[in-house]
Design a binder for this molecule. Structure first.
Ligand SMILES: [Zn+2]
Length: 341
């Protein structure tokens, strides 16, 4: 088996399931912490890396919230967003749909217009200076209920930043039924936004059906339990509803007990359009390149198989047709060139 890491590192990639605050690397967190010395978060990147070693899921939530607390001003928002793009550029991620939870920031008192300006300013700079195309998914933090849903759809539809392409739903699934969010998804979809809720990560396939039938899901965040329902798998395959699979995240959150038991093989075997993603990469000790290496092992892929995974993400993305064609051609050219060496 050849070492695929160098190929993966240079492969042009797209990422469809990655969270804004959850992408803050130790380097970024240390910079934000040094701006807000009253926070308990360390200001040295190495100490932050230790701080990111979780003992259990409750500890993960504590750490995550302490990072959320560091994003206090529009300038913090801009720094976080642009620096996340810099980490993506280092991995040859050329296009990313970043899931942002604007409710967390506006509720904390960041002015909503200044927030939108900060992310848009970072988006333009990332494209011009780093060659990374960013788009946004605004998601409802499900645990915050219908008030958060109302606020999120209002921000998405009324303020609609130019980079916004989709509308999502995150947070816990247990005790937070998807159908209650239908009216908010209806409004977002009527405004032309794509529907990409998390579903079937910690609950069964019925949650994925709910996401499809009630929320009009065009892609599913995780969808891990879909393999328990053959009819659902067939539906996903037939309708090209892609799954955003995040293997290391699934282990970290215990959605899947062991990597070797990950259902991604069955998803692919059923003909489902599978994309590989990193979710909250530094917090789960991973990055997209590592997730591709994990996928190569689980799916027994060579260079061509990995290139196909990258092209799946382009196909399932909400990039415009010309942009999709360009990025796909770039993946093909890179792979042909690599294999000819
Ligand atoms: Zn997620």
């Amino acid at each position: 088996m050849p070492d695929l890491h160098p190929f993966i590192a240079g492969l042009p990639k797209a990422e469809l399931h990655v969270h804004h605050v959850g992408s803050a690397s130790p380097r970024i967190v240390a910079e934000l912490a040094s701006r807000h010395p009253d926070s308990k978060v360390p200001t040295d990147p190495e100490a932050v890396a230790d701080y990111f070693t979780f003992t259990d899921f409750a500890h993960f939530i504590d750490v995550y919230l302490s990072v959320v607390d560091l994003v206090r001003t529009p300038d913090d928002v801009r720094t976080l967003t642009f620096e996340v793009a810099r980490d993506m550029a280092r991995q040859n991620i050329r296009y990313a749909e970043l899931t942002i939870t604007p409710y967390s920031s506006t509720r904390r008192g960041i002015d909503e217009d200044a927030f939108m300006e900060a992310i848009e300013d970072a988006r333009k700079a990332a494209e011009a200076e780093l060659g990374v195309i960013l788009r946004w998914c605004f998601d409802i933090p499900g645990e915050a209920g219908l008030e958060a849903a109302e606020e999120t759809v209002r921000l998405a539809v009324d303020l609609r930043p130019a980079g916004l392409v989709s509308f999502g739903l995150g947070g816990p699934e247990i005790g937070v039924p998807r159908p209650q969010f239908k009216p908010y998804f209806d409004r977002a979809r009527a405004a032309g936004l794509h529907s990409v809720p998390h579903a079937g990560e910690t609950t069964g396939p019925e949650t994925v059906w709910d996401a499809i039938r009630e929320l009009g899901a065009e892609r599913i965040g995780h969808g891990t339990s879909s393999t328990r329902d053959p009819e659902l798998l067939a539906y996903l395959a037939e309708h090209r509803i892609a799954l955003e699979v995040c293997p290391t995240s699934n282990i970290a959150t215990r959605a899947v007990a062991d990597l070797d038991e990950h259902p991604v093989k069955e998803m692919v075997a059923a003909g489902v359009l599978v994309t590989i993603n990193s979710d909250d990469p530094p917090m789960f000790g991973t990055d997209l390149n590592n997730e591709y290496a994990v996928a190569a092992r689980l799916l027994d892929l060579d260079e061509r198989g990995l290139a196909q995974l990258a092209k799946n993400a382009v196909e399932a993305s909400f990039l415009d047709p010309a942009g999709k064609a360009r990025l796909s051609a770039e993946i093909d050219a890179y792979t042909a060139d690599w294999l000819a060496r």
